[in-house]
Design a protein around this ligand. Structure first.
Ligand SMILES: NC(=O)c1ccc[n+]([C@@H]2O[C@H](COP(=O)([O-])OP(=O)(O)OC[C@H]3O[C@@H](n4cnc5c(N)ncnc54)[C@H](OP(=O)(O)O)[C@@H]3O)[C@@H](O)[C@H]2O)c1
Length: 302
């Protein structure tokens, strides 16, 4: 894998690295959820290969990222799985590549998701990820939960994943969509290397505290929807504040790049996984890892 820039384009190393459990990854990664939206698998394969050419070594996925219907509500024809697109594009996998997947949900035939976090369901999902990715172990598995105040213990589900870790099927564990109390509970059971939550400069800022706690504990905080924000699955937020526009102008950058740069400035343990099916957006997102914001700019944005 390249360690510097590719041609004239900024590489993923510009954002620096983070020690993710027993692996080191570049802080600018890639989210694969949107790859199933394009009916042409070749387009997704081009984006994945370009990401790796540009030095991305941390890719987020899930076996339940599947067309048609489903999370993004698009697509016809045979189902396209993000995990299988990753396998087609990148297998045999570069040794440095960390593929993070998540469990706790299952997709039905239409790609619609439902919660599925019983121990047997989690074991089946791990096996499905192994099969679709074509691996004999998973680098990193996040337990994705649904929050239900008062009755959302992660103990049983995380315990089931810890057993799979002990059995060698999983190397490292993380959590997704959690609060600090979930993190406390899981850390009693097994090491947690990352927390993946929805977070951006104008969305879910109640997580500021969790970002800080993760930093103190040496745990990566991986924001999703760092571009989409409150628009979630509908796509990138186009509603940028005057501050975002002003900082973007000052850096000759796009508002989306400033959103990503802001996320990376929330701590050395924050890892970005922007999602795109567009190679130009991919290059722009990776280049955002080179943007250095001043304290004044951060204060204005924050
Ligand atoms: N743990 C969880 O529960 C969870 C939930 C959702 C997602 N995730 C993960 O997080 C990753 C990121 O989330 P996401 O992909 O939904 O949202 P995102 O990265 O916040 O935003 C993606 C959206 O922004 C657009 N975009 C990307 N780069 C752009 C650029 N440079 N300029 C303009 N528009 C740009 C994309 O459209 P184009 O394709 O046109 O670029 C897409 O509509 C996902 O891929 C997935 O791996 C995790």
């Amino acid at each position: 894998m390249p360690t510097h820039t590719s041609g004239h384009e900024t590489g993923a190393d510009a954002a620096g690295t983070w020690r993710l459990g027993d692996r080191t990854v570049r802080r600018m990664g890639f989210g694969s959820m949107r790859l199933t939206a394009d009916p042409d698998p070749a387009a997704a394969i081009r984006v994945l290969r370009r990401a790796v050419e540009l030095g991305v070594d941390h890719i987020d996925t899930a076996a339940f990222y599947v067309s048609p219907g489903g999370t993004l509500g698009v697509g016809t024809g045979p189902a396209r799985y993000a995990t299988e697109l990753i396998r087609t594009a990148l297998s045999p996998y570069p040794a440095e590549l960390v593929i993070a997947t998540k469990v706790g949900f299952a997709a039905d035939g239409d790609g619609d998701l439902s919660e599925a976090n019983g121990p047997a369901q989690l074991r089946a999902q791990v096996e499905e990820n192994l099969r679709r990715l074509g691996r004999d172990h998973l680098d990193l598995v996040n337990l994705r939960i649904v929050r239900r105040p008062g009755r959302d213990s992660v103990a049983e589900a995380f315990g089931a994943l810890a057993e799979l870790r002990d059995a060698g099927k999983i190397r490292q564990l993380g959590l997704s969509n959690v609060r600090v109390d979930h993190l406390d509970e899981a850390q009693q059971i097994a090491p947690v290397v990352c927390v993946q939550n929805s977070y951006s400069l104008d969305h879910n800022r109640t997580d500021d505290e969790l970002v800080r706690v993760c930093g103190e504990r040496g745990i990566a905080y991986v924001p999703f929807f760092s571009l989409a924000g409150s628009r979630r699955e509908s796509g990138a937020n186009q509603d940028h504040s005057d501050a975002v526009h002003a900082v973007a102008r000052a850096h000759r950058a796009t508002p989306q790049q400033i959103r990503l740069a802001w996320a990376l400035h929330q701590g050395p343990h924050v890892l970005a996984i922007p999602g795109t099916g567009n190679v130009d957006h991919l290059a722009a997102n990776i280049a955002a890892g080179a943007i250095r914001l001043t304290a004044t700019e951060l204060a204005t944005l924050g």
